[in-house]
Design a protein around this ligand. Structure first.
Ligand SMILES: Nc1ncnc2c1ncn2[C@@H]1O[C@H](COP(=O)(O)OP(=O)(O)OP(=O)(O)O)[C@@H](O)[C@H]1O
Ligand SMILES: [Mg+2]
Length: 477
């Protein structure tokens, strides 16, 4: 049987040359089943490798750049779950789709918990397989792209500071890396403490003008006259106290970035002045008549819903449209709790002095139940609240381990408001299938910028089902 697999492999050898093509390994002891899967996969442009059993599958995994494995669960040599585990170990980046019959659906459900991508119940028709393969193909491509981007971005200073590997953050990295290379304005939205300034700095320091200045202006705390003179500059005697003339940040940036933090708080007359400056690419300092050309990139941030502010008339629509060429929304921490352990790790590392800062030389860790408590909390103040909470806990803890008792009282008393306990971190993470389904649906819609019909198509479900599920989740898009 190994020969037929070799023949099937070599028949497609020339197509594998292209980096665009994905390799699928079809593992089934039934020859006819293998062949019909092969046809569907090849029609979609996959390079196929056919094997009858687990041993041949392992061999192929060693030799071929397999991206997707179609695995018959009733593998003759050993439990399908064992094979899945082995496949995942040998090639963690390969996505496994299980083929199962009704009797083994239970196993398939369990297999999803061990990292299978999805399953098909036999008998399935060609369309079902086609839809699933299309879906897994876009998934694999997006993951591959992410890995590349992250590797690229990691090597740049700015991104090294952003922690997070949840699908939501992966999506954010993709957008950030795209906008970093352009000079369009970017509007960064997100609740307080989600990392808007961090992201703005990352965009600047990954862009072509990273050697130029990054100049933040806090529109939320400065009084209006000060913001105006900060941004546009003033001439001597423009107002009381203006004893000498001053250049505005928009001029000083000289090809760098001006970061307009809390832009939603900008008074309306300054909104008009800013809009004009952005349109005409020149400014007039307060009290002056001379026009000065500007060449600054504008990044703006707000924790307010600016669309509503436009409707209520407190924010100029035309300025909103100009700034919102790219809209980057940082999800609140409660929607990406998978990032909490990573963030905790980073903050503890920092507090241990392991990052080179002088914070003492104790290697700090956290107890499982304290971490579970952090995972269960809703974090209204987002990452900043988590960071403060850990700083405080480290200051209070008597040894290197942060215990439950070191956490702020609000968190210690939060138990009654929290959901079921989270699984221990060092055991396998058990996530209910319904949750996986929900996350898949929501992240697909997000990736497709809210296009629900396209999401339903790609997910291989009807649009009515999708709408019903969204209603169940109570999520607005
Ligand atoms: N993904 C992240 N990884 C590591 N640190 C983060 C992350 N997000 C936020 N932080 C840290 O949390 C703190 C708050 O971040 P930042 O000031 O960028 O938030 P913000 O959205 O601008 O908040 P605000 O609306 O209150 O101004 C900072 O110390 C930042 O370093
Ligand atoms: Mg901020």
């Amino acid at each position: 049987m190994a020969t037929s697999h070799a023949a099937a492999t070599s028949a497609k050898v020339e197509r594998r040359e292209s980096a665009e093509l994905l390799n699928v390994l079809i593992v089934d002891d039934d020859r006819a089943a293998r062949e019909s899967c092969k046809q569907v996969a090849e029609d979609l442009g996959f390079v196929t490798h056919l094997v009858p059993d687990a041993l041949a599958a392992y061999e192929t995994l060693e030799q071929q750049p397999i991206d997707v494995v179609l695995l018959d669960l009733r593998s003759p040599d050993g439990g399908g779950l064992e094979v899945l585990r082995e496949v995942k170990q040998r090639r963690p980046q390969a996505e496994v789709v299980l083929m199962t019959d009704f009797g083994t659906v239970q196993n398939a459900v369990q297999a999803m918990r061990f990292g299978a991508y999805d399953y098909l119940t036999k008998p399935f028709d060609r369309d079902e397989l086609r839809l699933l393969l299309e879906r897994v193909r876009s998934h694999v491509k997006i993951l591959g792209e992410n890995r590349m981007l992250r590797a690229k971005l990691r090597s740049k200073d700015g991104f090294a500071n952003i922690v997070g590997a949840s699908p939501q953050m992966e999506k954010l990295y993709r957008i950030v890396s795209k906008v970093a290379v352009s000079t369009h304005p970017v509007l960064i939205l997100g609740e307080s403490g989600t990392g808007k300034e961090l992201v703005a700095r990352a965009i600047h320091s990954s862009g072509p003008h990273r050697d130029k200045p990054f100049l933040p202006v806090d529109c939320g705390t400065l009084v209006p006259t000060l913001i105006e003179s900060e941004l546009f500059g003033h001439v001597k005697g423009a107002f009381t106290g203006a004893t000498r003339s001053k250049q505005g940040l928009l001029e000083l940036a000289q090809g760098g970035t001006v970061f307009l933090d809390e832009i939603g708080e900008l008074p309306t007359d300054l909104q008009s002045k800013l809009l004009r400056a952005l349109q005409e690419k020149e400014i007039r300092p307060v009290g002056g008549t001379r026009r000065i050309p500007i060449d600054a990139r504008i990044l703006a941030a707000s924790n307010r819903d600016l669309e509503t502010a436009c409707e209520t008339g407190t924010f100029r629509k035309d300025l909103y449209f100009r700034l919102n060429v790219v809209n980057l929304r940082i999800p609140p921490l409660r929607e990406r709790k998978a990032d909490i352990p990573l963030l905790v790790g980073r903050f503890l590392e920092r507090m241990s002095g392991a990052d080179g800062t002088a914070r003492g030389n104790v290697e700090r860790t956290i107890s499982d139940n304290a971490l579970q408590r952090l995972m269960g909390y809703e974090w209204p103040g987002n990452v900043r609240e988590l960071e403060n909470c850990l700083e405080r806990a480290c200051a209070l803890s008597s040894g290197p381990i942060v215990h439950l008792g070191d956490l702020p009282t609000a968190l210690q008393n939060a138990e009654m408001f929290m959901g079921p306990p989270q699984p221990a971190l060092n055991g396998p993470q058990i996530v209910p299938i319904a949750e996986i389904e929900k996350q898949t649906i929501l992240s697909t819609i997000r990736v497709l910028n809210g296009d629900k019909l396209e999401a339903a198509r790609r997910l291989g479900i009807g649009k009515t089902t999708l709408y019903r599920k969204l209603k169940e989740y109570g999520t607005q898009f």
